[in-house]
Design a protein around this ligand. Structure first.
Ligand code: SF4
Length: 106
């Protein structure tokens, strides 16, 4: 649906943008683990395009008292030590496509 009504999309977790960019880039090649989990839950009409659903473990933290570091770290399947301590800065993946995730630090 998003691809029919927008040119760009922002993905938010606990009230903060974690990925932003052109709809095509975000939907077809999402670098952020939360975006990938969200998209895996979208029902597919075409059986050939079915994706495995990425189930997130744990509870959704309180946005009033978010966890230290990356707010997604308690549920992230790719969490690293740095994620528990430091909130990730914005990283440009391509023109106008940004992500906040330590996986993409250079
Ligand atoms: S910064 Fe770490 S915890 Fe946050 S989404 Fe990236 S890998 Fe997962």
């Amino acid at each position: 649906m998003v691809e029919y009504i927008a040119h760009e999309v922002a993905v938010m977790y606990l009230g903060r943008i974690v990925e932003y960019g052109p709809v095509e880039a975000v939907l077809n090649n999402p670098p952020h683990p939360y975006t990938r989990a969200l998209l895996s839950a979208v029902p597919q009409v075409d059986a050939d395009q079915k994706r495995a659903i990425l189930r997130l473990e744990g509870e959704i933290p309180s946005p009033v008292h978010p966890p230290k570091g990356c707010h997604f770290h308690p549920r992230c399947p790719e969490v690293m030590a740095v994620c528990r301590e430091t909130y990730p800065g914005e990283i440009e993946r391509s023109t106008r496509h940004t992500v906040r995730c330590h996986l993409y630090l250079k």
